[in-house]
Structure formats: structure tokens, C-alpha cells
Design a protein around this ligand. Structure first.
Ligand code: ARG
Length: 585
């Protein structure tokens, strides 16, 4: 189904053409002054320059031509040269009814096939999943779902941090605690020798311990470095232990991500790029890009116009080991080989912006992907506590994701206590509300901005919250149930009787646009805005009208159809955000 702005752009382009102007001037956008009009076109300003006329004259001519179309209640030229448009209710109803009939509920479908790899989540093996990974996981998951809904092919890759110095630190620490393990013997034989099952509690605590130790103990740090290097060269014992570490971590990570409705197609890690490193090095050598600097092999990425000093990318350290940039570059080769993606998106904390500039520049210089392939870093901001500093637990530590979900669930449970409305499992409903509160509280912000994590606010039934959206859905559920309407029915709207309905219809008509914008800007918040606007106008509509007891049959049916469609659009948006809704609360 076409987006409403593209349909209107066609009309306005035709009108520009009919008046003797370039049709490409007729592009229509949603009005930024909804109190004045629904849509606008600013093409008369550019036309004025091209055709040496006053903008208002062009706007007047075009507006006059548009009146003939009969789809506008108002179409007018406004000084100094805007063309303002408001649709007739009939046209709006017609468009909304097309959404009712559309199998994609108005979500615009990609015209050309497109493959996208999204790199998100990216937790690190042997380190507990903490809320630092929360944003990446929930933003990336939303983008994956939105892009898929638009018909794109998407591969979600968790890109585990499983290959750097932290692995060496962990193995070094195990070797001191359990020197008797066979995996620490020089002559470990993977055919005969075994690695004991790892204790999950020890696994969670070993990295922070080893990391702190390496800061005080130079010899230990050395040892960890040596082990990292030997691991990267696949020393059998270390490799076997490392595989156990990865296995244990993945099962913990999976169960946490599942609670957030986050899932991946590919459970690759940095280590999976290892096989492509020799090729990377060869390409860089062949292109004359690689040179030696202080014993390391590096590539220059500074460009003439740069305002900041960009250090060269280190490809191999002096001891021949690979680092973060090496695995990211090798992973690009791997992804190109496996999927030939049109786009690769990295959903990673904005503090890593420089790393991605270096990696992308190096990848371009080396020609690892065609020039047309998009390499894009979505750098998101920090989740802060009430004090404006990165969010911490009351004790000052980093809150673990599982604890966060638990706290939110308890908060929701408290709110629900005494509610007679919850059918089914109270705890399950509370967990869904808690997760919705966390996820929506995050997703409704511009990703690059820092935001304050305020659970009390996120759990509130009023305002722009996930809780409010779930509540709105339950309210619609109850109306539909009382009217005996099945949620999957498709019913047409017959007319617009009140202002709130017109607003609802317009927000629904615009919901398709939000998908395109969310993908263009990598900003799921655009969908959150549309969902919230729908919910709040629906509340007004609901308060102003007695839907169920309305005597005018035509009106009542239309109102029910509009409620049904509002539910369908909001629940689809919630699905896109990876937020479960509940039947009642
Ligand atoms: N594991 C890294 C971290 O926790 C993030 C990796 C992001 N993805 C990437 N391709 N570099 O900081």
C-alpha cells in the first residue's frame, strides 16, 4: 500500500506540471502545524528561484489546480509561499479503510529486495549481561522487526565478545584456581582429556576478579596476554576451556534476552572472524595499506578534512595478536561472503564512535565491501540514574539485567495488587508490564540521547509510558469483547462524526510513514510517538463518546471499527518494539 504522503505528492506533482513547473517540486510532507492543516508542500519556494516569480504566486496557481481534485477540504496558498492541505473526511475514511483491508496494515513494503545485517546485543563471554547491553539489544531488536515487517531480509547477529584479552584474563584466573585441570597441561589431548563443567557462580565472578587483579599484578597481566595469544593460536587446552566458557555464557545470555523478547539468527562471535584474518592481512598488504609502527601493523585512516586526529587502526599488535578492530574488519569480510548485505548496522554505545569511523574507513580503503554497501554505526546514549550519572544499583554497582527485570516486575505487581481485572497469572502479567515499562522507557527516546531511567515514571498509567499503552489496549479489548467482536475481524469505518475520530483516523493514516522514518533514521522512537498519539487520542474519543450504548447503529458500528483498527495498529507497533501486551489489567 502506498504511503499517504506519496499519494499526495503525486497529486501535487501533477498540479505543478499542469501549471508549467517541474513536477519534482511537488513533494508533500506531514504538516508541522497540525492546528493549521494536515499536510504541506514547500515546493513553491524552490520554484520561485527557478522560474523567477514570487513564491506565493506559484503556490496560488498550484493550489487552484489542486482544488479540482476534490480530495481536499482545504487547499490554500499561505504567505510567503506554503501550500497547505487538509483532506476531506471521505478521502481520509477511504484511505483508512484501505488500511483495514491491507494485509500489512498500511506498513509500506520495500519495492526492491534488500539485505541487512544488524549487529546488536554484543555481550561479552564470561561477563554477566548488564544494562550496558540493554539498550543495544532492545533498539537492535526493534529495528530488526520493523525492517522485516517492511519486507526486508534481516540477519540479526549477536556478535559475542569472545576473543579478546578478557578471555585470556579468565583462563589465566582459572589456571591459578584449578591448576590440576587437564586443559592447562601442555600436552592436553582433546580426544581424551576433558574440561570439567563450569560452576555458573564462579563464572560470573571470575572476570571482575581477574580484571581487578591484572591492574595490580603485572606478572598476572603478562600471563593473561600470553594466554590470549596462545588461545588465538588455538592451543588445544585453552581452546577447549574457552569453548566451555562460551557455551555456558550463551545459555545464560539467551535466557536473559528471551525475557526481553530479543532473539538472534546468528550466534556468531568475534572468534568466528578468526578464519578471515589472514585474508584481511593479505588484502591490506596487497593494497599497500599496512605498515609497521612501533612493532605493530597498522593502517592510516586520517583524511585531509578531519577536525580531529584519528589514530591509525591497529591490525596486529607487536606480539601478532588481533584486537577489536581486527575482528570487526574480518567480520565484514565474513558477512560480505555469507550474505552480500546492502547494509550493515552496528547498534553500539556512542562512546565507540571513533572505533567505527576507523573500522569503516579501513574497510572502504581495502574495498572489503562494494562502495554501495552501507556501513552505519548507530551510537546510542547512556542510561542514567536520577543523579544524571550512568545508572547504578543502590550499592553503587552495575545492575544486572535479570535484577532489573525483577525490580520492574515487583513494581508492576505492586501496582496491580487488588486489581480484580487481571485474568490469568498475575506474575506473568506483572512481568509483561515491567518489561514493557523498561523497553518503552528506553525506546521512546532519540537513540543518541542519554536518558534518565526512572522506573516509577515508566510504570505510571499516565503519560508516555509502555504501561499506558498496554492499559489502552486492555481498554479497547474490553469494549470489543462486550460488543462481541473478535480482534481479528476486519470492519470498515463508515464516516467521521467527531474531531477526535478525525484525529485518530489521521494518526492511523500516518502510521505507515513512521515505519519508513524509523528505518531511515534508525529511530524506533518514531513508532513510539505514533503509538502514544494514538493511545492518547483514543482516550479522548473514549471519554467523549458512549461507544457501546450509542443508539445510531451506523455510528456505533463505525466507532467499533475504529476501535478495532486502533487496536490493530497499536498492537502491531508494540510487536515491532518487541513489547508483549496483556489481555486485561
Ligand atoms: N562486545 C562489545 C562491548 O561489549 C560490543 C561489540 C559491538 N559490535 C561490534 N561489531 N563491535 O563493548
Amino acid at each position: 500500500m502506498r504511503k499517504i504522503t506519496s499519494i499526495l505528492s503525486s497529486y501535487v506533482s501533477e498540479a505543478f506540471k499542469a501549471c508549467g513547473y517541474d513536477p519534482s517540486l511537488g513533494s508533500v510532507t506531514v504538516s508541522d502545524r497540525m492546528d493549521l492543516c494536515q499536510f504541506q508542500c514547500n515546493g513553491a519556494f524552490a520554484a520561485a528561484k527557478l522560474y523567477k516569480k514570487a513564491p506565493i504566486m506559484v503556490a496560488e496557481e498550484v493550489a487552484e489546480a489542486l482544488k479540482k481534485e476534490g480530495i481536499f477540504k482545504v487547499v490554500e496558498a499561505v504567505k510567503p509561499g506554503f501550500i497547505n492541505m487538509t483532506l476531506t473526511d471521505e478521502y481520509l475514511v477511504g484511505y483508512v479503510n484501505e488500511i483495514v483491508a491491507d494485509e500489512h496494515t498500511g506498513v509500506p513494503q520495500s519495492q526492491t529486495p534488500e539485505t541487512i545485517v544488524i549487529d546488536y546485543g554484543a555481550p561479552n563471554v564470561a561477563k554477566p549481561l548488564h544494562i550496558g547491553h540493554l539498550r543495544s539489544a532492545i533498539i537492535g531488536e526493534a529495528l530488526k522487526r520493523i525492517a522485516r515487517e517492511m519486507g526486508k531480509t534481516v540477519y540479526a547477529d549477536v556478535h559475542l565478545g569472545d576473543w579478546g584479552t578478557p578471555m585470556g584474563l579468565v583462563i589465566a584466573e582459572y589456571s591459578e584456581r584449578h591448576p590440576e585441570w587437564a586443559c592447562f597441561k601442555e600436552d592436553f589431548d582433546p580426544e581424551k582429556d576433558e574440561v570439567p563443567a563450569l560452576d555458573p557462580d564462579e563464572l560470573n565472578e571470575v572476570y571482575p576478579y581477574a580484571s581487578a587483579k591484572s591492574k595490580k599484578d603485572e606478572a598476572f597481566k603478562e600471563k593473561a596476554h600470553r594466554i590470549t595469544h596462545e588461545l588465538q593460536n588455538h592451543r588445544p587446552g585453552y581452546y577447549a576451556l574457552w569453548r566451555e566458557l562460551v557455551k555456558a555464557s550463551i545459555s545464560d545470555i539467551k535466557s536473559n534476552f528471551e525475557k526481553l523478547n530479543v532473539s538472534f539468527d546468528l550466534w556468531y562471535g568475534e572468534s568466528d572472524s578468526d578464519a578471515y584474518i589472514p585474508e584481511l592481512v593479505q588484502i591490506l598488504k596487497d593494497k599497500g595499506l599496512l605498515y609497521e609502527s612501533e612493532g605493530a601493523l597498522v593502517v592510516d585512516v586520517q583524511e585531509p578534512g578531519d577536525k580531529i586526529n584519528l589514530p591509525p587502526v591497529i591490525i596486529k599488535k607487536s606480539d601478532d595478536s588481533s584486537i577489536y578492530a581486527t575482528t570487526d574488519l574480518a567480520t565484514i569480510i565474513q558477512r560480505e561472503r555469507d550474505f552480500k548485505p546492502d547494509r550493515i548496522w552496528y547498534i553500539v554505545d556512542k562512546r565507540q564512535a571513533m572505533h567505527f569511523v576507523q573500522v569503516f574507513r579501513c574497510a572502504r580503503k581495502a574495498g572489503l565491501v562494494p562502495d554501495s554497501t552501507e556501513l552505519r554505526h548507530l551510537g546510542f546514549g547512556t542510561m542514567n540514574g536520577a543523579d544524571g550519572k550512568p545508572f547504578k544499583t543502590r550499592e553503587g554497582g552495575v545492575m544486572r539485567l535479570s535484577d532489573l527485570i525483577k525490580t520492574a516486575t515487583e513494581g508492576a505487581l505492586e501496582k496491580l495488587s487488588g486489581s480484580e481485572y487481571v485474568s490469568g497469572d498475575m506474575n506473568e502479567t506483572a512481568q509483561k508490564i515491567g518489561v514493557a515499562a523498561i523497553k518503552f522507557g528506553d525506546l521512546c527516546n532519540q537513540p543518541a540521547k542519554d536518558y534518565v531511567f526512572d522506573l516509577g515514571k515508566f510504570l505510571s498509567f499516565d503519560g508516555k509510558t509502555g504501561t499506558y499503552l498496554l492499559y489502552t489496549v486492555t481498554r479497547i479489548n474490553s469494549i470489543l469483547k462486550k460488543a462481541g467482536i473478535d480482534y481479528s475481524e476486519k470492519r470498515k469505518i463508515t464516516g467521521i462524526y467527531t474531531d477526535a475520530e478525525r484525529e485518530l483516523a489521521l494518526i492511523i493514516a500516518l502510521s505507515g510513514e513512521t515505519y519508513t522514518k524509523a528505518i531511515d533514521d534508525l529511530a524506533p522512537c518514531v513508532l513510539c510517538d505514533n503509538a502514544y498519539n494514538l493511545a492518547s487520542v483514543f482516550s479522548r474519543f473514549y471519554h467523549d463518546n458512549r461507544i457501546l450504548s450509542e443508539e445510531d447503529e451506523l455510528k456505533r458500528n463505525s466507532w467499533l471499527a475504529l476501535s478495532l483498527l486502533t487496536r490493530r495498529v497499536i498492537t502491531k507497533q508494540l510487536d515491532m518494539l518487541g513489547i508483549d501486551y496483556v489481555e486485561n489489567m
